[in-house]
Design a protein around this ligand. Structure first.
Ligand code: ZN
Ligand code: FE
Length: 239
């Protein structure tokens, strides 16, 4: 399985996943269609599936055009069937979604939206977390509760430590500054920030991150209870 990271809009990432034969592909959260089409054409791929983590426009904006052009099937959370454009396949919590050479477990991780899900390609140890877990941060709570977001993050935290995390936005550096302000003695965080800065200076994404890094460096994953998590989430909104 190969993953191509595709920058979209201002700071979004869409991800194109190629199967081992490099013929079939699925895309996670196509914000827009053009950058995805460019890579599909260049690599002569079949876009079989469009996987959406949640219904926000910057994650589903390319659904319609891509589906029309490639006859792809759109996969999304069952409760969001009325707000994910062009949805075909409804998935639910803890379901294993398996098609062709692709196999992922679905986790319902509400908080940012009520219907947010993650796709965990468990054999490859890669998870697509949308706007729930970012590198060094977490998503804003738009529809859910603090408790839901806290529980959702804890669910991800229990996965194997060497899981690679692919999130929806390049927010890492802003997030890093917030982590550092609240965790000044964290040497591993400081090392990670050095690495991130180097990547960004070279026009490379700071993604993927690893769960091990996030558990050690992401202040939201370090929050030990709901109360301290909620306080951090409020502070970040005004940072
Ligand atoms: Zn969103
Ligand atoms: Fe987003």
């Amino acid at each position: 399985m190969e993953i191509k990271i595709i920058p979209c809009l201002n700071d979004n990432y869409s991800y194109l996943i190629l199967d081992k034969n490099k013929i079939n592909a699925c895309v996670i959260d196509p914000s827009e269609s053009e950058p995805i089409i460019e890579i599909i054409e260049k690599n002569k791929l079949n876009l079989n599936f469009i996987l959406n983590t949640h219904h926000h426009y910057d994650h589903v904006g390319g659904n319609e055009k891509l589906k029309k052009k490639y006859n792809s099937k759109v996969v999304g959370f069952k409760d969001d069937k009325d707000r994910i454009p062009e949805i075909d396949i409804l998935v639910e919590n803890n379901q294993i979604w398996k098609e062709n050479n692709f196999e992922a477990k679905v986790y319902h991780i509400p908080g940012h939206t009520t219907g947010h899900i993650a796709f965990h390609f468990f054999k490859e140890k890669k998870i697509f977390t949308g706007d729930t877990l970012f590198s060094l941060g977490c998503g804003k709570i738009f529809e859910g509760t603090y408790e839901q977001m806290f529980n959702s993050l804890n669910k991800i935290k229990k996965l194997p430590k060497d899981t690679e995390i692919y999130c929806g936005h390049e927010y890492t550096l802003q997030n890093a500054n917030f982590c550092l302000a609240n965790d000044q003695a964290n040497l591993r965080l400081k090392e990670k920030i050095k690495k991130i800065k180097k990547q960004l200076e070279n026009n490379l994404p700071s993604i993927p991150t690893t769960l091990a890094d996030e558990i050690e460096c992401n202040i939201f994953l370090k929050a030990k209870d709901l109360k301290s998590f909620s306080k951090l989430r409020d502070l970040k909104d005004n940072f």
